[in-house]
Design a protein around this ligand. Structure first.
Ligand code: TRP
Length: 376
């Protein structure tokens, strides 16, 4: 059996550098590695709706943003199937059957869902018509790990490149696969998560130093930001608060300008933009000793980021002039993805013995049974 990738993103905003180092860049590398038989990249609009039910327009407008970000980052529709989740109704059917294999208690333990419930202000004990305007947890949101298991298993994905926040989802998926295969029949494939390979990429902090780059915190650098926007955001980044004068020894740990350099800077960047240093480590050593100012480090980062983003910006511009073509790519991708999901659903239905009309043995056996009964 071949190696298959499935992964995706919720279309709730443009993608940022956190997405890029955490997953997008890796996806492009995996796409180019030739190691995978099939690659499915999904825009998870149905999942986005689980906590945006009252804001469908936001989801609708961001489908194209995410698609543009995918294509500009280098995902190639000739090599990867780009598709939209809601266009594959088979995924809902799979999720519905998987719901029988998962307890409410198991879902309640999911740490990512727990964190998101707090973040969104959903309350566990809100009642109907709550006076404090507390909102209960939408059932669809609560069960989205099951729907995510459907996404992954529908394509028999072996590999899910994603950030560490997705680990509980993959774990849940593996449990469902295990349960399904032992209760019914060996149809589903247990996936593995493929985490970012560089510690700085596991979770890129925001430009304000907060643990995570996130649109709601307003601390993002977007793939679609201009060079001037990138410059402004980097110049505003926090460094070491005790590094007041250039001569002062500085701290590298927790200094996010260096964290970003760890995530983006390659040896050729050093040669080009900071030729005084053989390696980034040399530059760090100088910073720690004292005598290296923040502005110099930030200038390096600005150059590195803009060099990384330039080809992405160029491809984005190309596709922004061809929006119809982007929708055609998504439509073709969705048709192709649907074929694969339908094939898996067929096998699932057979394993669950709910394929009545194609189960001639069942019909014959029952015909015999009732015929015998009539003779008695
Ligand atoms: N949960 C992912 C996110 O928050 C999106 C997603 C939906 C996904 N289904 C998936 C990711 C399946 C990996 C595999 O962005």
């Amino acid at each position: 059996m071949g190696k298959i990738i499935l992964t995706g993103d919720r279309p709730t905003g443009r993608l940022h550098l956190g997405h890029y180092v955490g997953s997008l860049r890796r996806r492009v590398e995996l796409q180019e590695s030739g190691e995978f038989d099939r690659i499915f990249i999904m825009i998870a609009d149905a999942q986005a709706l689980t906590d945006n039910a009252d804001n469908p327009e936001k989801v609708r407008q961001n489908i194209i943003e995410v698609a543009l970000d995918y294509l500009s980052a280098g995902l190639d529709p000739q090599k990867s199937v780009l598709f939209i989740q809601s266009q594959i109704p088979e995924l809902c059917e799979l999720a519905f059957y998987y719901m029988n294999l998962v307890t409410v208690q198991r879902l309640q333990r999911n740490p990512t869902v727990k964190a998101e419930i707090t973040l969104r202000g959903f309350s566990e004990n809100a009642t109907e018509g709550d006076t404090q305007q507390r909102q209960g947890i939408p059932t669809g949101f609560f069960t989205y790990p099951i729907s995510q298991a459907a996404d992954i298993t529908a394509f028999k994905a072996t590999t899910v490149p994603a950030g560490e926040d997705q680990e509980p989802m993959i774990e849940q998926t593996r449990e469902i696969v295990h349960k399904f295969n032992s209760v019914y029949d060996e149809v589903l494939v247990e996936p593995e998560i493929l985490l970012p390979n560089n510690a700085a990429c596991l979770r890129l902090p925001g430009t304000d130093g907060k643990a995570k780059m996130s649109k709601s915190l307003g601390n993002c650098i977007y793939l679609s930001d201009t060079a001037a926007e990138v410059k402004k955001k980097v110049m505003g980044m926090y460094t070491d608060p005790n590094h007041l004068r250039v001569e002062d020894p500085g701290q590298v740990e927790g200094n996010i300008v260096f964290t970003y350099l760890d995530a983006f800077c390659r040896p050729e960047h050093m040669a080009k933009y900071a030729p005084d240093y053989a390696t980034l480590d040399d530059m760090k050593a100088h910073y720690k000793r004292g005598g290296l100012g923040d502005v110099k480090v930030k200038k390096l980062l600005i150059n590195v980021l803009n060099e990384t983003l330039d080809p992405i910006r160029e491809r984005r511009k190309y596709y922004e002039g061809r929006i119809q073509e982007v929708y055609d790519i998504l439509k073709r991708g969705s048709e192709e993805a649907r074929k694969t999901a339908a094939q898996t659903l067929d096998e699932v239905r057979s394993a669950m013995k709910i394929n009545y009309f194609s189960d001639q043995a069942l019909i014959d056996e029952q015909a015999r049974h009732f015929a015998e009964k009539a003779r008695e």
